[in-house]
Write a protein that binds this ligand. Sequence first.
Ligand code: FES
Length: 169
Amino acid sequence: MIETTNITFSPERLAEVQTLLKRYPEGKQKSAILPILHLAQKDFGWISVEVMDYVAELLDIQHIEVYEVATFYTMFHLKPVGKNVLEVCRTGPCMLVGSDNIVKYLEQKLSIQDGETTPDGLFTIKTVECLGACGYGPMMQVGEKYHEFLSEERIDQLLEGFRQNATQP
Ligand code: FES
């Protein structure tokens, strides 16, 4: 039974959840936790405790089981984020080619620190673990797009592009 009332998927989303659950054998519904958390983040913007509790109720598993997964993977946002989440890979291969400098440059350009959001809500800087583009570092993911071989010049271009997109109707 769903105990949480403030957070609810739409009927269409619930149908999608049911389809996901059918992929797994009876009693193994916990295996659908990652795709369902992705849907939750898409719909609710970030993964609050309330969202985690809702997902646990949907899957009929312990709340702690959802907390463990949602807090382990850096792809889940555990607090509200800006319109553009600049997810910079901080794992070894990217670090060897200067990802820490990219993070510092972003922090300086946006006057925020890793994990923070600009006051206009346009950007969040978030360092994350390997995104599987290790040969193309330093790299970052923004939305569904990868940006690779980053340099200060490339960051300037990207930020300008994101700002322009934000002003378009
Ligand atoms: S180490 Fe950065 S993408 Fe793998």
